[in-house]
Design a protein around this ligand. Structure first.
Ligand code: GLP
Length: 241
């Protein structure tokens, strides 16, 4: 795994944007696996700038998002679909029809998982962007999710609910369940880019890069992938050195 330590969030975002830009310049119809959360926000801002400046076009790019809260439709401002539209899709020339995200509003979540697993399986990702949960989760694959999991419904842990509560106002408002792409599907991307920022990610970064490969830390499986770049700011990387 290649580890890059960035001075701060801004530098992490710029380095990440350069990597994504290269992928799209080399392959205009690239498939990008995308994540939500604070970690990739700066990256998305940069990509939108590149697009506005005519440096890169997303017209032919297809995107496959990692996860969505159960019960939240794309119109709900706390949904990941809304996040992606606001932070990236509406700011670029991407065709909305080429963007895929689990439907949190689906009446039958299990059926939605099967539908989404087909999408994830048929669109081979050139690059997968990942954030890291404080407990080492990737997507919404919480600790002890089997490494061979495919898209499934998860019960969120209290720590994840607490970490994501700020967006909702309070922990009580955070949905208890979500739909997430599985670890096996994440690992099938050709290239993986992990972003981590802040001291609360230091343990997760350490366990991802140096820890034992164990389902107790879902991201530790990334050590087995042949092409992973992890960009962390100094605080998140501090236990590595
Ligand atoms: C959330 C998301 C993940 C995200 C992670 C870290 O639970 N489901 O996809 O990577 O938490 O979020 P953040 O980048 O806001 O710290």
């Amino acid at each position: 795994m290649k580890v890059i330590v960035a001075e701060n969030y801004e530098e992490m975002s710029c380095l990440a944007a350069d990597i994504v830009k290269e992928v799209v310049l080399n392959k205009p119809d690239a498939v990008l696996g995308l994540a939500t959360g604070r970690s990739p926000e700066g990256l998305y801002r940069k990509l939108a700038e590149f697009c506005g400046e005519g440096i890169v076009s997303f017209k032919k790019v297809r995107t496959v998002n990692l996860d969505e809260y159960e019960g939240l439709t794309a119109e709900n401002s706390n949904s990941y679909a809304y996040f992606m539209k606001e932070k990236l899709f509406s700011l670029t020339d991407i065709d909305a029809e080429n963007t895929f995200i689990p439907d949190g509003g689906a009446a039958d979540a299990e059926k939605e998982c099967r539908r989404y697993a087909c999408i994830a399986g048929s669109l081979q990702r050139d690059l997968q962007v990942l954030g890291l949960g404080r407990n080492g989760h990737i997507g919404f694959n919480e600790p002890f999710t089997p490494f061979d999991s495919l898209t499934h419904v998860v019960q969120l842990t209290d720590s994840t609910i607490a970490a994501n509560a700020a967006m909702f106002g309070s922990a009580d408002e955070v949905p208890q369940r979500a739909i997430t792409m599985g670890i096996d599907e994440i690992m099938r991307a050709d290239k993986i880019l992990v972003l981590a920022c802040g001291r609360e990610k230091a343990d997760a970064v350490f366990n991802t890069v140096r820890g034992e490969i164990t389902e107790a830390c879902p991201a530790s499986i990334l050590q087995k992938h042949p092409d992973v770049t992890l960009i962390a700011d100094k605080e998140a990387a501090k236990l590595l050195f």
